[in-house]
Design a protein around this ligand. Structure first.
Ligand code: ADP
Ligand code: MG
Length: 475
């Protein structure tokens, strides 16, 4: 069978697809075009230098395995970096590298033919003499890259953000759409990109605005009959950052005007950065043509930070505030708040405040109280009351009997089982378990736990109790 670049690449893709996350596949492999095949080398075209670097850093192993399967041990991969030309010129800029080895490719800078036309601006949003007037960026300098800590959960989005900040409008990430759940850093990252651009390119007009405010401005402009001025104002911006675009859902007028602004900016090589609480595929009531624009660039997800990242975010926060905190407290907070960095920070701020205002020592118990207030949708924990009820039902006795002082063997066993499960399924201390199950002390609970452990490894009937009850309690 005759191999072509396409057929070889398709086989590689099939293999790769099976071995990586669908979202990663979509982001990093679907945009690649196979362009050339020699006996041992496959040339693929990638959309940018950043893209190439990302592939090299994260997928070189799997690429190697895939390609070796196709072309044998001597297989080589050649990258061709396509510079996306966003300036209306249809000729793609490409650069080839020698097919004999795979080395880093330096993408050349393209001369950007700037759009020099001065649009006629009659416009209440700007004072005449526009070129001398600074548009306030509305950026928050406290949200920068330096204090946006990197972790697996945000690596792609953060690095794409840096790439965009280095070359606004000049990467294939246009628009850059940052999406993810509440409190995961979308707004922070969006500001950080803007702040960095302002730093590197002070002459560029950068504007940060929430989709909500954008909508409000648009509605006002319609009321005041100056919709065109509104549009013109946005069309002269070099870097437009719109936060929470899901807010546009169902607002067709605003979507329509945004569509025109977006097209104008994009065609003129201006950078658009968007954030949303959902991936484009999951957005509701956003016009198709707008959704398809969102997908032109890169959609990068902010995921829940892993434990290490949560710890470093907390430590960084404490360090910046000049506060010391015991490691076990930091660990406790990081372990228990998993899905929202804002809550993570909120809990630590509360802890600091509590301890300094009330002169309380920061203890695990104080941390527990505060964390509980911050974690809203925690999984319902089985309560000790519930455990006692389930155990008594199982042995067909009532809870009072289970708690009584009697030494009858089957009642003692039930009580010990209740204590054992309370230890296993709740975070309560031995002392607290004891006091709730018939006012026993912590030593009694400890003894109960050991007894249950012993009996379940020596006594078959008893093991069955433990298994049955475990099932009932885990439902
Ligand atoms: P979102 O816009 O996604 O709801 P924000 O950008 O408002 O979230 O972030 C919530 C809080 O968490 C902010 O105070 C932000 O500084 C902080 N934060 C989020 N991610 C990080 C991170 N990776 N490093 C440091 N702080 C972070
Ligand atoms: Mg936000």
């Amino acid at each position: 069978m005759n191999k072509t670049a396409q057929s070889v690449w398709n086989n590689c893709l099939e293999f790769i697809k099976d071995n990586i996350q669908p979202q990663a596949y979509k982001t990093w492999f679907e945009p690649i075009v196979a362009v050339k095949l020699t006996e041992t080398a496959l040339s693929i075209q990638v959309p940018s230098k950043f893209f190439y670097e990302w592939l090299e850093e994260h997928y070189v192993k799997i690429l190697k395995v895939a390609l070796t399967k196709e072309l044998g041990e001597t297989a080589k991969l050649v990258y061709i970096i396509k510079m996306e030309n966003t300036y209306g010129n249809k000729q793609p800029f490409t650069e080839k590298i020698p097919s004999s080895n795979r080395t880093a490719v330096k993408a050349q800078d393209v001369d950007i033919p700037l759009n020099n036309k001065n649009p006629e601006l009659k416009n209440p949003f700007i004072i005449p003499g526009i070129r001398n007037v600074k548009i306030e960026s509305q950026l928050n300098p406290n949200y920068n890259f330096e204090n946006f800590l990197e972790g697996d959960s945000n690596r792609l989005a953060r690095n794409a953000g840096i790439a965009v900040a280095n070359k606004p409008g000049g990467t294939s990430f246009n628009p850059l759409l940052i999406f993810g759940g509440v409190g995961l850093g979308k707004t922070h990252l969006a500001h950080a990109i803007g702040v960095d651009i302002k730093d590197k390119y002070p002459e560029k007009t950068v504007l940060y605005i929430s989709a909500e405010k954008f909508t409000q401005q648009y509605i006002d402009s319609v009321k005041k009959n100056n919709r065109n001025d509104f549009i013109h104002f946005y069309q002269i911006i070099d870097v437009l950052i719109i936060d929470d675009v899901q807010f546009l859902s169902g607002k067709s007028g605003t979507q329509d005007v945004f569509f025109h602004i977006f097209n104008h900016l994009h065609q003129n090589g201006k950078q658009v950065i968007l954030t949303s609480d959902k991936a484009p595929v999951d957005m509701q009531d956003i016009e198709q043509r707008l959704l398809s624009r969102f997908k032109w660039g890169l959609s990068a997800e902010l995921q829940n930070p892993d434990f290490e990242t949560r710890v470093s975010i907390l430590k960084n926060k404490l360090y910046r505030d000049g506060v010391e905190m015991p490691e076990d407290i930091i660990d406790y907070v990081a372990k228990n708040i998993k899905t929202n960095v804002r809550e993570l920070e909120g809990a630590i701020i509360s802890l600091i405040a509590q301890s300094s205002f009330n002169k309380k020592e920061i203890t695990i118990n104080l941390a527990k109280d505060i964390v509980e207030k911050f974690v809203k949708n925690t999984k319902r924990e089985v309560s000790i009351d519930y455990i006692q009820k389930v155990v008594s039902d199982y042995f067909q006795m009532d809870v009072d009997t289970l708690q009584s002082k009697t030494r009858k063997r089957h009642i003692v066993q039930a009580r010990q089982l209740a204590m054992f499960f309370a230890k296993k399924f709740t975070k309560a201390s031995l002392a607290s378990i004891g006091s709730q199950i018939g006012k026993r002390d912590h030593a009694t609970v400890l003894h109960a736990c050991k007894t249950v452990d012993n009996l379940s490894s020596t006594d078959k009937q008893f093991r069955k109790y433990v298994e049955d009850l475990t099932k009932k309690l885990s439902l």
